[in-house]
Design a protein around this ligand. Structure first.
Ligand code: PMP
Length: 388
């Protein structure tokens, strides 16, 4: 029998359906899904509007090259108008976050005619060769070197390190909150300085919002928290309401320089993807998802701090909106397993962080559920540590 290579550690449960912020396994156990498919299911599972749009589009036409126009694409463009990053009026659609990063890096090279890219320690931008080249984690990188270069990694949230961004820098790629690296929000001063420095040397500032974008952090785009305007924004995960789609947003001055043949993708922007983005935009607006993420994120953080901060192994509880990390002084794997036994799905981030990426639908009772489960996971981890 053929083996499916998973590349991820198996969680030992088979999920058969999802609804809103919950999923069910084959024995009909209900789980609170704070994993949300690596943050994709921000609009919840089985959103009715997303389903209706996709069904209708599947019946009309599901596959078509970007070379042909379709009504759904026109509708998507209209729906995105209010939500797209400010001044970034040019859009290219792809299928995964890594692909969006790949394109952003290609464009930076073409526009600046420079080669060097600056990224940050603890960054994660994907696993295709280009995206991997700007990803920090050695374990992901080393077996595949040499990667695309030159790339220089600077200290995140350290203004002094920005001196390395010079006239030979094509682009700087940065996450407004480092997700995989441990849920580390950027400091406002740092982001503001980064924008100033890149502007001064005419390097392109790529804001990788694959994980943070589309409402999760309490603003539609996380960079809005810092009052800065990047040159390129990459998006993915939440933007398709659960359908695999990613996006690169560009300003006119870059868009004008893009020529036929610079990039392409068989599936990029296909009618189903356009239908999914259209539906996701409708939900984002009618449900005010960013406002909800802001309010619920604050409440969740407060509850978590009340219940967990006193544990010795808890280093910090941090995040932005509904992107939350509980950083421990030890490996969080045991706690994550206990959370799962308590029917709460979560993720690991960095080496020591439990990460929650809830759907915006999360209720206060869910937050209590998750915090109690986390308390159990953390206290058991702590007592085991004392005993050992
Ligand atoms: N950029 C960021 C910031 C991400 O968090 C991720 C995925 N975790 C990616 C890029 C890569 O996205 P994908 O897995 O869809 O290729």
């Amino acid at each position: 029998m053929i083996k499916l290579l998973k590349f991820y550690q198996d969680r030992g449960i088979k999920i058969v359906r999802g609804e809103g912020q919950y999923v069910w396994d084959e024995r009909n156990n209900k789980y609170l899904d704070l994993h949300a498919g690596h943050g994709v299911a921000f609009l919840g599972h089985g959103n009715k509007i997303v389903i209706d749009y996709l069904k209708k589009q599947m019946e009309e036409i599901s596959t078509l090259s970007l070379a042909f126009d379709t009504p759904i694409r026109e509708e998507m463009i209209k729906e995105l108008d209010e939500l797209k990053p400010e001044n970034l009026d040019n859009l290219f659609l792809l299928n995964s976050g890594s692909e969006a990063v790949e394109l952003a890096l290609k464009i930076a090279r073409k526009i600046t005619k420079r080669r060097k890219v600056v990224a940050f320690k603890n960054s994660f931008h994907g696993r295709s060769m280009g995206a991997l080249s700007v990803t920090w984690n050695k374990k992901y990188r080393e077996p595949f070197e040499p990667l695309v270069g030159p790339v220089e990694f600077l200290e995140y949230n350290n203004i002094d390190s920005l001196k390395s961004i010079t006239e030979d820098t094509a682009a700087v790629i940065v996450e407004p909150v480092q997700g995989e690296g441990g849920v580390i929000p950027a400091k406002k001063e740092f982001m503001k300085n980064l924008r100033e420095v890149t502007e001064k040397v005419n390097a392109i500032l790529i804001m990788d919002e694959v994980q943070t974008g589309f409402g999760r952090t309490g603003k539609i785009w996380a960079h809005q928290h810092f009052d800065i305007k990047p040159d390129i924004v990459t998006a993915g995960k939440a933007i398709g309401g659960g359908f695999p789609v990613s996006a690169v947003f560009l300003p006119d001055w870059i868009g004008e320089k893009i020529e036929e043949g610079d990039h392409g993708s068989t599936y990029g922007g296909n009618p189903l993807a356009a239908a999914a983005v259209t539906a996701a935009c409708k939900v984002a607006k009618s449900e005010k998802i960013a406002e909800q993420a802001q309010k619920k994120g604050e409440l969740f953080m407060r509850i978590l701090k009340e219940k967990l901060e006193d544990y010795k192994i808890v280093r910090e509880i941090r995040g932005l909106g509904l992107m939350i990390g509980i950083d421990l002084k030890v490996n969080p794997s045991m706690a994550i397993k206990i959370l799962q036994d308590e029917k709460v799905l979560s993720l690991k981030a960095g080496l020591t962080t439990i990460r929650f990426l809830p759907p915006y639908l999360i209720a206060q009772s869910d937050m209590e559920w998750a915090s109690d489960a986390a308390r159990k996971g953390i206290s058991e981890t702590e007592s085991k540590r004392v005993a050992s």
